[in-house]
Design a protein around this ligand. Structure first.
Ligand code: MN
Length: 294
């Protein structure tokens, strides 16, 4: 069966949190993977990183990483100082993921998160700068055994890569075994004409997959067609990770950055979110069984 994961900020309203607590929780609930924001790795001591990696191993949890790149480190920037600073920043993050024994980075990690200031529609120069930066960053990824997953996200979060086709074009220009495509059902629901076709188009270049509903609740709670989604994953014989990334609580850094302005789960206590995590894990296991992926 595909490894099934959860993003730590299903529970936490700030990006950084007690990683140990969530490694144990993810394991107790039955997940295989815990994903969290990569930036806090830069603030951790090597000893702390080793402790986390050790605990994850003991708990049978694989740690994977995501980021929404701070615009001060925008690797697509027209400002060469910002661009080069971004390359250095992402190389340091990739090295730290490698140090943790990690193999996967996802998210808006190819440009600053959001639309560039003064952007009036010609994205080609930003694209070229991002490619130039990525050719440097990917060498560090290769040296550290990290796969860089380029995530296609909706138009309100980047102007560069909104669709599966754009992600494929980007990955083709980098041409490294350490770069692949990440598709996310929430973003695909906004940008793709047909979600199943987008998954089939990416095919064996799909290196990770994020699930979430049309409104970023847990899979099965909204109106996405999960038969279409899991049917397409079965069509491409998808064997990689499936990480659920619901955001259901208002407030904090996460509510601000993800634009969650109301609770999407009633009275979201920790126990209530635990229940919702169990529900979504069971939902995805059942879908994998239904499509003979288990
Ligand atoms: Mn995602």
């Amino acid at each position: 069966m595909n490894k099934l994961g959860i993003f730590m900020n299903f529970w936490e309203k700030n990006w950084d949190a007690d990683h140990k607590k969530y490694i144990k929780k993810a394991s107790d609930i039955g997940f295989d993977v815990l994903e969290f924001q990569a930036q806090p790795l830069l603030e951790m001591s090597k000893d702390h990183m080793k402790d986390l990696a050790k605990l994850a191993e003991e708990c049978g949890i694989e740690l994977t990483y995501s980021l929404g790149l701070d615009r001060n480190y925008d690797v697509s920037s027209m400002d060469e100082k910002v661009r080069l600073g971004g390359v250095d920043y992402l190389q340091r993050i990739v090295e730290r993921i490698g140090y943790m024994g990690g193999t996967l980075l996802s998210g808006v990690s190819y440009a600053g998160w959001g639309t560039p200031d003064n952007f009036l529609g010609d994205k080609r120069p930003y694209w070229e700068n991002s490619i130039k930066s990525m050719r440097e960053i990917i060498k560090t990824a290769e040296d550290n055994g990290v796969t860089y997953c380029v995530e296609a996200v909706n138009r309100f979060e980047t102007c560069l890569i909104n669709t599966a086709a754009e992600a494929l074009a980007y990955v083709a220009e980098i041409d490294s075994p350490n770069i692949g495509v990440l598709l996310d059902t929430y973003h695909m629901n906004i940008e793709e004409n047909n979600i199943g076709d987008a998954i089939r188009l990416v095919g064996d270049k799909l290196t990770s997959f994020h699930t979430g509903e049309n409104n970023r609740t847990a899979p099965g709670r909204g109106h996405l067609d999960w038969d279409e989604i899991f049917g397409a994953l079965a069509d491409i014989n998808y064997k990689n990770r499936i990480v659920s990334e619901p955001f259901v609580m208002e407030g904090g850094e996460v509510g601000r950055d993800i634009h969650v302005y109301r609770n999407l789960v009633e009275n979201p206590s920790e126990a209530r979110i635990d229940e919702e995590a169990k529900y979504l894990l069971n939902f995805e296991r059942e879908m994998l069984k239904k499509y003979n992926m288990a």
